[in-house]
Design a protein around this ligand. Structure first.
Ligand SMILES: Cc1ncc(COP(=O)(O)O)c(C=O)c1O
Length: 421
């Protein structure tokens, strides 16, 4: 007797995904009726990147690598996973130090600890990104890597950071979570260092709900990141094969990007340039049309043509001025920080690091015998960052904001400033 074909996924599953897109009940009914006359018959393999000649994850990797001119791209399930896989790939070992800015989302720091490294937190400069001089001053014989973070789509000074890394033989892992499609001196962010790690979570420049992608030009680093992201390398192309080279096979995790997320990521990637061009245009327009009050200045990115443009920064003369500006809708920490609300983007709120709160009582990695000396973690350790962050005002820009909207908004802000200052 012919064995019936087992179809694990079908119309029901496709219908369920329509809810994620908020498809109306009426359209849902129409779609179901169409699908009932022409039912979907995917193979289970369509939901798995291997043995699938239509893998969306692989298509996304190829499209992303081509877009940013990287040799290798690896799709993963989050920006945090991308960072961990990169740190593991470069071989961060217990006791190794990784330099990270005092202004970043906590995930950058968390990834270092998960990789058993010791985060060395250093100041940013007025561009809101890692200060190369602070990096230089923080290097010790135990430093393994530098993690510049392109916060709010502002490019780090990558040439200066790479020079320091080459002088000291360090790896550079760019946290490009917030800066997909941004550039420094015409070259895509994430392609300056040994690795670039992008987040594709729901609120990033482009997103797949959850997701991430890392890029590298180094084949060996790619192999190791690929191994780590793929449960002990057992799903390498030559599945269950013996190690081809020492250092390739080790215990990893499963960070594979789901095919459904990859399909969304691929569609989003096609919109990347348009999104960045739109926000960048309004960013420059607002800078031209808003008159800043005395003592305030624009945050000057290291490459203003390369910003993603979804956040415009103002540095006020004082925290008090930044607090006043909050009353006319300028964002920032100045006021928020007094209300006990913790913002995980600034180091003084990173209680888990400052107090070394770890997942087990043994306190690894901070208490590991390989750790020779711990940084002096304290809420005052990076005073320059604290001063900058408490004077910072931000204006968010959406890709749908038009030049007309920008002019009206600039006028409203100018009126507000005139009344306040
Ligand atoms: C600077 C930075 N690094 C890393 C991450 C982590 O990305 P994900 O949420 O995709 O894990 C984020 C997310 O907000 C981020 O802003």
């Amino acid at each position: 007797m012919k064995r019936p074909t087992y179809r694990k996924y079908s119309t029901d599953e496709l219908m369920e995904t329509l809810d994620v897109f908020n498809v109306s009940a009426q359209s849902r009914d129409k779609i179901r009726r169409i699908l009932e006359t022409d039912p979907v018959v995917p193979d289970a393999g369509n939901f798995f990147r291997y043995y699938n000649d239509k893998s969306k994850a692989i298509e996304f990797e190829q499209a992303y690598a081509a877009k940013v001119s990287a040799q290798h791209a690896l799709a993963v399930n989050s920006g945090t996973s991308a960072l961990i896989a990169a740190l593991m790939a470069v071989g961060v070992a217990p006791g190794d130090e990784v330099i990270v800015p005092a202004y970043t989302f906590f995930a950058s720091v968390s990834a270092i600890v998960v990789a058993r490294g010791i985060p060395v937190i250093v100041d940013i400069d007025e561009s809101l990104t890692l200060d190369p001089e602070a990096v230089r001053a923080a290097i010790t014989p135990r430093t393994k890597a530098i993690m510049p973070v392109h916060m709010i789509g502002h490019p780090c000074q990558m040439d200066a950071i790479n020079d320091i890394a080459s002088e000291h033989n360090l790896f550079v892992i760019e946290d490009t979570a917030q800066a997909c499609g941004g550039k420094y001196k015409g070259k895509y962010l994430g392609t300056w260092g040994d690795f670039g790690c992008v987040s594709l979570d729901a609120y990033k420049v482009i997103g797949s709900g959850e997701g991430g992608i890392l890029t590298t030009d180094d084949e060996w680093l790619y192999t190791r990141a690929q191994s780590y992201h793929d449960t002990a390398a057992c799903w390498r192309p030559d599945r269950y094969a013996r190690e081809r080279k020492e250092g390739e096979l080790f215990c990893g995790e499963n960070y594979r990007m789901p095919e459904l997320c990859a399909a969304v990521a691929l569609a989003q990637l096609r919109k990347l340039d348009d999104i960045n061009n739109r926000t960048r245009t309004v960013y420059h327009q607002l800078r031209n049309e808003i008159q800043l009050p005395d003592g305030a200045q624009w945050v000057e990115p290291h490459d203003s043509d390369g910003v993603c443009g979804y956040t415009l920064g103002i540095l006020f003369a004082s925290r008090e001025d930044a607090m006043k500006a909050a009353d006319i809708g300028i964002g920032g920490l100045a006021k928020k920080d007094t209300k006990g609300a913790r913002d995980w983007h600034v180091y003084w709120n990173w209680e888990h690091i400052l107090e070394q709160k770890t997942v087990t009582e043994e306190g690894c990695p901070f208490t590991c015998s390989h750790v020779k000396e711990l940084p002096n973690y304290s809420p005052d350790m990076c005073p320059r960052t604290k001063d900058i962050m408490l004077r910072l005002g931000t204006i968010g820009i959406n890709p749908t904001d038009t030049p007309e909207w920008a002019s009206a908004f600039a006028e409203q802000i100018n009126d507000g400033f005139a009344k306040l200052f």
